[in-house]
Ligand binder design. Structure first.
Ligand code: F6R
Length: 364
């Protein structure tokens, strides 16, 4: 059932290209996006004034990335909220709001409660869900199914990746319908999306190098993941993967925020992983990495092919294939999933069933 892999997590990491292809193919026909199955109409899209993305854990990290993509492409203001916070806040919805709930299981208690709160306030809801017929899928006004297939490992990988893809597709279509991008640009972005599975396959070919590096980190006490913009969203997910399955404390920080307190935790040898896929923010994050290095940090970098100057400061570099910067999270997350996995394996831990965690959190 693990198809020759040692753990479900590794099997599911390798299923990502197919899961993404399936998800794209479910809503793209002849190079065009068709959301009729999701049920949201062009009229609804045109009226949108505010989007809330509400979720927990990794699904929340998808929201953090999606916020940048939606605002950049569709130019609709987005707020990303943790479901467990959102549901207890005073609900001050802007007119013509849309609440997007992101959930693999479709049963997460706080995400479900947030959906019900939004509906009780008369706000339209759209769920990005993996499990067909789950409670969130049944109760939302519109459903965008991710086609990741069953995810067994507690730490999400392929569901997260398909949720990202769903959010890009919504962003492109919202932007096109609202006239923020023309048909050609939409077609170009869709074509770029279709290259992502092959690029992930290419990244997976490099996994032994990551295994070698990860094994050397197994005794680490602390790690930091830093980035800006979409790279910050990826840092959040990379850090969560690391702590949940390898039991190493790690923090994800917006790169520019470290110096406001957290940098005091950097000691000689502390691993700092910089994520640098956003070209316009590259120099800024490099300078934050150099600040860490001058306090003794050991630097790993994840950046796009071509940014070879990173080797002037980083000790270990992973290059990711070029794609549209808006979609870079889909590639940058892969080496970080592998890092968490291989550190966990090196420590001899139960990768698929980490302590204290359940696959679906149905209590608040
Ligand atoms: C982390 C992880 C969790 C889930 C979170 C939400 O690897 O899997 O953080 O993302 O519990 O679960 P769903 O998506 O089922 O609502």
């Amino acid at each position: 059932e693990k198809a020759g892999f040692e753990h479900f997590m590794m099997k599911e990491i390798h299923e990502q290209p197919k899961a993404i292809r399936d998800t794209i193919n479910s809503v793209v026909r002849d190079g065009k996006i068709d959301l009729s199955g999701v049920g949201i109409t062009e009229e609804e899209i045109q009226k949108l004034q505010q989007i809330y993305i509400v979720a927990c854990g990794s699904a929340y990290h998808v929201g953090v990335a999606a916020q940048y993509v939606i605002e950049e492409l569709a130019q609709i203001p987005v707020r990303v909220e943790l479901a467990s916070e959102f549901r207890y806040r005073r609900m001050l919805f802007a007119p013509n709001s849309l609440v997007i709930i992101v959930s693999q299981s479709g049963e997460t208690a706080d995400s479900l409660a947030a959906l019900r709160e939004a509906k009780a306030h008369g706000v339209k809801t759209l769920a990005i869900v993996n499990v067909v017929g789950s409670t969130i899928a049944r109760e939302a006004d519109h459903v965008f199914y991710t086609l990741a297939g069953p995810e067994i490992a507690v730490a999400t990988t392929k569901a997260y990746s398909t949720q990202l893809i769903a959010s890009y597709i919504l962003s492109i279509e919202f932007a096109r319908v609202r006239g923020m991008i023309d048909e050609d640009r939409a077609a170009e972005l869709i074509a770029e999306l279709q290259t992502i599975p092959d690029k992930i396959e290419k990244l997976l070919e490099d996994k032994e190098r990551i295994q070698w590096f990860a094994a050397k980190q197994m005794n680490a006490q602390n790690m930091f993941f830093i980035g800006r913009g979409i790279d910050y969203a990826v840092s959040l997910e990379g850090s969560l993967k690391m702590k949940e399955i390898s039991y190493i404390h790690s923090e994800a920080y917006a790169a520019g925020e470290l110096k406001h307190g957290t940098i005091s935790l950097i000691e000689p040898g502390t691993l700092v992983i910089g994520v640098l896929t956003q070209q316009d923010l590259y120099e800024k994050t490099v300078s934050n990495m150099v600040e860490c290095k001058s306090r003794g940090a050991y630097l790993m970098a994840l950046t796009t092919y071509g940014n070879y100057s990173i080797e002037d400061c980083a000790e270990f570099v992973i290059y990711i294939p070029k794609t549209d910067p808006l979609f870079a999270a889909s590639l940058a997350v892969i080496p970080l999933q592998l890092m968490g996995y291989y550190v966990s394996v090196a420590k001899g831990l139960d990768v698929d069933k980490p302590r204290n965690l359940a696959k679906s959190v149905t209590v608040e």
